[in-house]
Design a protein. Structure first.
Length: 281
């Protein structure tokens, strides 16, 4: 990590406090393109403890989503160079093959993608998309999986879950589809959840509902969560710590309270000032 990165200053985030679930050290992800090498992620390091939330904030192209997908093992293997260390519960993941990641997906780590219309199968009923992972990963029989899926739909506050179980994604609103995506992600009880711009294209009222839902589910399940967004306002009251990314690097990393009371980087201040305010003309 370069000398200009601002680290947490109060010791709260230090790995010595125990309970560290995810450790990322000097992670770099480079892509070969016709125009040369793109350094999408360049020397990233952070720790995430069990039950805590890390907000990763930055503008489009800063490397936020690539970071999440690299940790999850979801990036294409061709034309990519990935170095550094990713340790989940002490197990090294960098270099793990697809079969090794399949053992982790759903039961250990999961992701809520930003566009539910592309992450849900439009020709597959909602219930089937939830029960698929329950039967595959947890070995449930058809009836138990159905009952569990309906319970999950109820937990993410979808009205008439028995009816929605038999409907297709196109029959639901954007906010309802995002709730289904969350239900799919939570189905197998992961310890680590990545929420990649989970409120994109939703109106502000639904955004707040989705973020409140993620907060509630995290507390109930004692999950660790990585909340990826371009909006500092989204993570202000929801993350324990915030890492600000710019050009593939973390330029500021602090507890949420420290970051907002003492903005140390001009880029972070610019991100904060870009949020529309009711007091603006």
């Amino acid at each position: 990590m370069s000398h200009d990165v601002l680290e947490p200053d109060d010791g709260v985030l230090d790995a010595s406090t125990g309970g560290v679930l995810l450790e990322v050290d000097d992670l770099s992800v480079h892509f070969d393109t016709p125009r040369g090498v793109v350094r999408a992620v360049d020397g990233l390091s952070f720790r995430l403890r069990r039950g805590k939330t890390l907000g990763i904030v930055g503008e489009s192209g800063s490397g936020k989503s690539v970071t999440s997908k690299a940790i999850m093992g979801l990036l294409p293997r061709s034309g990519r160079t990935q170095t550094g260390s990713i340790r989940y519960e002490g197990r090294e993941l960098n270099g793990l093959d697809a079969a090794g990641y399949r053992e982790l997906w759903g039961t250990e780590m999961s992701m809520v993608f930003q566009d539910p219309m592309t992450s849900l199968n439009p020709v597959m009923k909602i219930g089937a998309q939830i029960t698929e992972s329950l039967r595959l990963n947890l070995g449930m029989d058809r009836q138990t999986a159905k009952e569990t899926a309906i319970g999950l739909l109820r937990a993410v506050r979808i009205p008439a879950p028995e009816k929605r179980f038999g409907e297709y994604p196109g029959q639901l609103s954007g906010g309802m589809r995002q709730r289904v995506v969350i239900a799919v992600a939570l189905a197998c009880g992961p310890k680590l959840l990545f929420a990649d711009e989970p409120t994109t294209a939703l109106d502000v009222t639904v955004q707040a509902q989705i973020l409140d839902l993620l907060d509630d589910q995290q507390r109930e399940r004692f999950m660790a969560m990585v909340l990826v967004t371009h909006d500092l306002g989204v993570v202000a009251g929801r993350a324990d710590e915030i890492a600000v990314m710019y050009a593939g690097r973390i330029v500021e990393h602090a507890t949420t309270r420290s970051l907002f009371t003492n903005l140390a980087m001009p880029y972070t201040e610019a991100l904060l000032n870009s949020i529309p305010k009711l007091s603006d003309p």
